[in-house]
Design a protein around this ligand. Sequence first.
Ligand code: GLU
Length: 510
Amino acid sequence: MPNNSKFATIRVRSAPSPTGRPHIGTAYNALFNYAFARKHGGRFILRIEDTDRTRYVPEAEVEIFEALRWLGLEPDESPENGGEYGPYRQSERLEIYKKYAQELINTGAAYYCFCSKERLEEVRQKCSQEKQPPMYDSHCRKLDPREAKDRAKGGESYVIRLKVPQEGVTRFTDLVRGEIAVENRCIDDQVLLKSDGFPTYHLANVVDDHLMEISHIIRGEEWLPSVPKHILLYNAFGWKPPIYAHTPLLRGKDKSKLGKRHGALPALDYREQGFLPKAVLNYLAQLGWTHPEEKDLFDLSEMIKKFELADINTTAPVFDAEKLTWLNGKWIRSLSTERLAEKVKMWLEYKPTSRHPEEAVATEGSQGDSSPPKADQNDGKTTDLLGLVPLIQKRMKTLADFEPMTDFFFGAPEINSELLTQKGQTKEGIKKMLETAMEIINQIGVGDRDQLESKFRAKAAENSWKMGELCMAVRVAITGKTVSPPLFESLAILEKSEVLKRLRTAVEYL
Ligand code: GLU
């Protein structure tokens, strides 16, 4: 154990419970802790609070590690990375909690409680009849400590409870919420050690924060009501409590606690949906904190420089999935073509793991290849990802947009005569337009986009078509869509023979 230099260095932690897939709120909490630690040259610790075995989900822990890694919020100390203060998984620290609970028994700060479930239920009902908050009536507090010890040793089932002072006030300062005072008579004689020998959240959390020399606790305000209990525990041990900063809860647009119905996803689903970690972090940062220059777009290193705990917003931040998507688009546009092509490539490579096996096989060839992947076209030619990215970069909001926006480069679309003849066009009219386009392309090819455009313009004028109508007919025949990357650039990438083939197919179909 390192020497007790309590709070000489900033040490903060995220302490998620692996009870389900880590939510975007887990990432939010990790971000603020991480930024604070980095800002002050401190340490960011990940502790897994897995003592509630009834709610334990084994995969959740791995996903917590993975989500933090994806976001670039690597802990300095964690179950994976180890560290001087480990183990960092509470289920591996059970003996420690027992020892400390016992210490409180020995000093008289805690007591054995033998009340049966039935008795506790009666007490609870009585409280509810009297319209009082459910509180233990301190029945076993009056037992003779020696007698109680003998009963416990004799094998009787017990829990250990804290002797909460029955008078006075517990006060603390929260860096976000300010001064808080709670009357001790409103605080329950909380259970510290359960009858199965597992600690409660309160005991394990306090013991670990102390032993791990946590200097600041930055967490969601749903934990604020626990603080007085924790302060009393720190007092009972004779320890100095850390500094608290409770961040407002993330909410949905209807102001209720953020959940799936608000479009908030487990953190790693954002990776799957083609979000950039930078954008997710940027958005989460904005939710809880305002950049001093009110900038929208900033990265983690900039946040670290400018972030102050005292500047955490006190109003409940509203999570807006559309805003996050918009910000992601902004980040996508800020990337160089090469960088975006790399990201798209990584995303395409990553994707197969979450797809159906047959789809995974189709892109297997690109695994481990550092150059942008070549995708096979129908006629065996290949298209360079780097060539496609600039065509769609402006319109991409997520990396996942790449596939639907560029699928026509990788295979001819289905002919859709309804799309072709929309807006009052006749089959004959469209056929004529497509044949005209074929003539032009036959003559001059698709390599010179400016020449191609002026030819199209001239022919449109000659036939009294609007340029837009002619281009739309060609676009639908070539891409199968009414919205596509820039037409002439796309034709150049597809090359003359493929373009002519698709136009011919459409004409024949009509
Ligand atoms: N295990 C608690 C959670 O799941 C940690 C609360 C805390 O940070 O103290 O959020």
